[in-house]
Design a binder for this molecule. Structure first.
Ligand code: GAL
Length: 405
């Protein structure tokens, strides 16, 4: 089976930190920001010597301030990401300004503006809307502050220096694979069985302003399409476009509402729903709430609840998987992502080249952003212990209670 890895993986970083600095100067010149160009020019090439704040000119981590901008605290994964990045940076001796934006685009813009004003020497940003930060990134470039795009690609800007993330297309492949395994169309090893359905499924996608949502969808649809073409899978609602399936801001309540609407419009007269592709655990829990509340379905898969997928291994969903309610999730170890962002930040601040392992896939509309991609795993009920408990991501008590301690 196609493992979903798309383009070739390269080991050579495309730009040195110095070249990145020069690219910024060219971009500024193109924008006609002559004064800013002079400022950037004063800073020299190395990011560590060029940050905007008190630490400018210093390579002592204690003098350097890193701004960390996270989207929201309503999802526990972003809380874990923020804490892990902060802890990793502090361990390396940096000062950290960590901010959460409450999923509000103007708030995130203001928080980043303030980080720049405070003299941040580097920014790590997980964008709410990947297309909404151009003016902040222009200001960062004018102050020669390098920017790392964290998990979600910042689009439409020349001034994104590096991207740390997971192999997002492959995450989509894994989500679809887990749905097919749940339906019995694939076995646990991912091989096709002689189970041919037909099965009725519905499709959910993430927030369209999040670049990742498109990668997840593409990976999932490339995997499901052959089975849809063969008639093994049918989407009775007919809603097979990402625009129809998308859930703005990844909101659980919006997913619950869409699932309720689908049940009413399409499944009212006894049509059986066998599975739901969900790209994020928060959506999955909204979908499950809708499924449990309507149509007299039982509370778990054995009693007839459809197969529901997920992503992020949030504890609420891991617990539901353990109880046989949600079928699967995708584990992206945010500890490793945080660690990688610290490695990249340290390299940039030391004026070294951050190591990229993908320099082809992530075109942000203006340029291909050099990236470091991490791998993810599918979590089913029977591998919760080795993947999540043994690795210390969640304790057994948390899995049992469904609550993070
Ligand atoms: C995506 C991220 C997913 C999930 C989702 C909702 O950008 O890659 O892992 O967290 O946002 O928060």
């Amino acid at each position: 089976m196609d493992d979903g890895l798309r383009s070739g993986v390269e080991e050579t970083p495309p730009f040195t930190a110095k070249e990145l600095g020069m690219k910024k100067k060219y971009a500024l010149a193109a924008l006609g920001l002559v004064g800013a160009l002079a400022l950037a020019g004063c800073g020299g090439g190395g990011a560590g010597s060029a940050g905007g704040g008190d630490g400018a000119g210093s390579t002592d981590p204690g003098d350097l301030l890193i701004g960390v901008s996270m989207p929201t605290q309503t999802s526990e994964r972003w809380i874990a990401d923020g804490s892990a990045v902060e802890a990793g940076l502090e361990e390396s001796g940096y000062q950290v300004d960590l901010q959460y934006a409450g999923d509000d685009i103007p708030t995130q813009g203001q928080q980043i503006d303030q980080m720049i004003t405070k003299g941040a020497d580097l920014l790590i940003i997980a964008a709410i809307d990947g297309t909404a930060l151009s003016s902040q990134l222009d200001a960062a470039a004018a102050a020669n502050i390098p920017v790392i795009s964290y998990d979600r690609l910042i689009r439409d800007s020349e001034n994104v220096d590096f991207y740390v993330t997971f192999d997002n297309y492959k995450v989509g492949v894994q989500q679809a694979t887990s749905l097919l395994v749940g339906l019995g169309v694939l076995d646990a090893e991912g091989n096709e069985t002689d189970v041919k359905g037909p099965f009725n499924i519905e499709l959910f996608a993430g927030s369209l302003d999040d670049n990742n949502a498109h990668f997840f969808w593409e990976g999932a649809m490339d995997t499901l399409k052959p089975f849809m073409d063969d008639g093994v899978l049918t989407v009775p609602s007919g809603q097979t476009d990402i625009e129809q399936a998308a859930i703005l801001r990844w909101q659980q309540e919006t997913a619950q509402k869409r699932m309720e609407d689908l049940l009413t419009s399409t499944y009212g007269s006894g049509t059986k729903l066998d599975g739901v592709l969900s790209p994020y655990d928060g959506l999955s829990r909204g979908i499950i709430t809708a499924l449990q509340g309507t149509g007299g379905l039982g509370a778990n898969i054995e009693a007839g609840l459809p197969i529901v997928t997920g992503q992020d291994a949030e504890i609420g969903s891991v617990s539901l998987i353990n109880q046989g309610v949600q079928f699967a999730t995708i584990f992206k170890d945010t500890r490793k992502l945080a660690e990688q962002s610290v490695v990249v930040a340290e390299a940039m601040l030391a004026g070294d080249e951050p190591e990229a392992n993908d320099t082809e896939t992530y075109d942000n509309g203006v340029k291909v952003v050099p990236s470091y991609l991490l791998q993810s795993d599918i979590v089913y009920k029977d591998n919760i212990t080795p993947l999540l408990v043994d690795s210390g991501y969640w304790t057994q008590a948390e899995v049992d209670s469904g609550v993070a301690e």
